[in-house]
Design a binder for this molecule. Structure first.
Ligand code: ADP
Ligand code: ZN
Length: 524
């Protein structure tokens, strides 16, 4: 029989106090740790800064044996291990940057039972030699960090991660804990099936960051807008995300010219240069970092007060992760996104050059990002819907809530579309749905027999682009979602069913074609 739960949690609390100096667990941490220490598979979905590391590090210290941590980011590994060692916890990491003799020393320490946590890159972990080596160890658990990398539906797919099922095959009795800060519905499912988790308990901490004020601004005169923003936020630390390296450098110069301590960061710099910039930002020697998305992974700086997106991000996952670097201390923080349709065009072009297998997925995700930027409803609701959460009321802390656009009653429109979705057995893609609503007679409509359903042609009076906008508003409002894995079929949500049953009105923003006709901004 297992030890009674209370004493184990007590020892976990003692470890938290002794090694981390914290008096109490955050509410969800305690549940998670209890579950892990009972030897169960566990999935942890928690926003960045939520305190995921403690969830496996504390059990690793309390339990006998070694916790093997799989992590895809070499830089992150080093930081985490150094932080652990600084707290007095025996930890090490092995990846391609670690020399042979050092690796030998580390494997020796692991065999001696000295180490509590060993971080490894997936490549290393999956090598023949390492799997054999692990057989000689007493392993308490596997922690899979950044577990969303396993899903080809996610935005950060790492093919090596798909091989991680060998852990379950070769170590069937060792519990697995998968952790991530970003996982839409599909990625959550992929994590469970691909890692062969056994009836895992899924802990979904809210992704809401109510302290973050969400703002979208039109993309004209971005530089002017940024300089003005800086004047209104003197001395506040912040990050500006740009698409290109060149942009990072020129924008940083313009900001420096205003007397603000700014630096830039991108993948074209040497590791030393990047390390120095990061360090200066952490130490508050730099107030502003202008960076490509390469910046910020694993950065633990709680007093970032704002994040600005100079360009539209490629998808909502990325956007969410980037804005999540602001306001980790819980105090008010701001996220500003500059948006113009020209951004969508250049991203579309960029994504079309990618692997053709991924193009459709990436374009669909870009569309969702675009619609977020053009949305008429509470932005926080849209974000949370995307991650499968619902927010009962509008947030009151986004530009739409603070300054609502005029809307019309879109209930009937929404009901027409939802009814078609249901009558078409939730198999229609967005374009097909619009064709059906508009009563088109093309191959896809006829071969699917969609001209037979009752709602066929019910939306004849509206042009294609209007329907396109309204259906995206419905996606944003969480009445529908896209099942990427089923041919991008639209599915109805519980909220959508309430609308169909006329229990819920649907305000919509009138479609404005002029938004799309906006000219590209100068200097791009
Ligand atoms: P994540 O991995 O989810 O991004 P971390 O594990 O790095 O988050 O934790 C974020 C911050 O919160 C760290 O500074 C960490 O020390 C702190 N933290 C974690 N757990 C607690 C706790 N129980 N009490 C106070 N601070 C905590
Ligand atoms: Zn809002």
């Amino acid at each position: 029989a297992a030890e009674p739960l209370a004493p184990t949690l007590d020892s976990a609390r003692r470890v938290l106090k002794q090694y981390y100096g914290y008096d109490t667990f955050r509410p969800m941490q305690e549940d998670i740790i209890g579950h892990i220490m009972a030897g169960q598979d566990t999935v942890v979905l928690m926003p960045t800064g939520g305190g995921k590391s403690v969830c496996f590090q504390v059990p690793a210290v309390v339990q006998e044996g070694l916790c093997v941590v799989v992590s895809p980011l070499i830089a992150l590994m080093k930081d985490q291990v150094e932080a652990l060692k600084a707290n007095g916890i025996a930890a090490a990491y092995i990846n391609s940057s670690v020399g042979q003799s050092e690796q030998q020393a580390i494997t020796g320490e692991a065999l001696n039972g000295y180490l509590k946590l060993l971080y490894v890159s997936p490549e290393k972990l999956l090598s023949e030699g390492f799997l054999t080596f692990m057989k000689r160890l007493r392993i308490s658990m596997f922690a899979i960090d950044e577990a969303h990398c396993i899903s080809s539906w996610g935005h950060d797919f790492r093919p090596e991660y798909t091989q991680l099922r060998v852990l379950r095959e070769q170590f069937p009795r060792v519990p697995i804990i998968a952790l991530t800060a970003t996982a839409d519905r599909l990625t959550q499912r992929d994590i469970q099936t691909q890692l062969r988790l056994q009836e895992p308990r899924v802990f979904l901490s809210s992704f809401d960051r109510p302290n973050l004020n969400l703002i979208v601004r039109p993309g004209q005169d971005r530089v002017g807008g940024i300089l003005e923003f800086l004047e209104r936020h003197p001395g506040e630390a912040g990050i500006i995300y740009c698409l290109s390296r060149k942009q990072c450098e020129t924008l940083a110069q313009k900001i420096q010219a205003k007397g603000v301590k700014a630096g830039y960061y991108h993948a074209g710099m040497t590791p030393n240069q990047r390390g120095a910039v990061q360090e200066a930002f952490l130490k508050d020697d730099l107030q502003v970092i202008v960076a490509t998305i390469a910046f910020g992974m694993g950065i633990d700086k709680s007093n970032v007060r704002w994040v600005i997106h100079y360009n539209l991000p490629k998808n909502i996952e990325g956007y969410y992760q980037e804005i999540g670097r602001a306001g980790r201390d819980g105090s008010p923080a701001t996220a500003v996104l500059f948006y113009s349709f020209a951004d969508v065009m250049s991203l579309r072009e960029m994504l079309s050059k990618d692997d053709p297998k991924l193009t459709q997925l990436n374009l669909t995700k870009l569309e969702r990002m675009q619609q977020f930027a053009e949305a008429a409803s509470c932005r926080r609701k849209i974000l949370l819907n995307y991650f499968g959460e619902t927010l009962p009321q509008d947030c009151g802390n986004c530009d739409i809530c603070r300054n609502p656009p005029t809307t019309f009653d879109g209930t009937e429109l929404a009901q027409k579309a939802l009814s078609a979705v249901v009558r078409g057995r939730e198999r229609m893609s967005l374009t097909l749905l619009i064709d059906v609503l508009r009563g088109m007679r093309n191959q896809a409509v006829l071969s699917g027999g969609y001209d037979q359903i009752k709602t066929y042609g019910a939306g004849r009076d509206l042009p294609y682009l209007d329907w396109y906008s309204y259906i995206h508003q419905m996606l944003n409002d969480g009445l529908l979602y896209i099942a990427y894995e089923e041919g991008y079929a639209l599915k109805i949500t519980d909220l959508g069913r309430e609308v169909l049953q006329a229990q819920r009105p649907v305000p919509m923003k009138k479609f404005q074609p002029t938004e799309k006709a906006e000219k590209p901004t100068k200097g791009r």
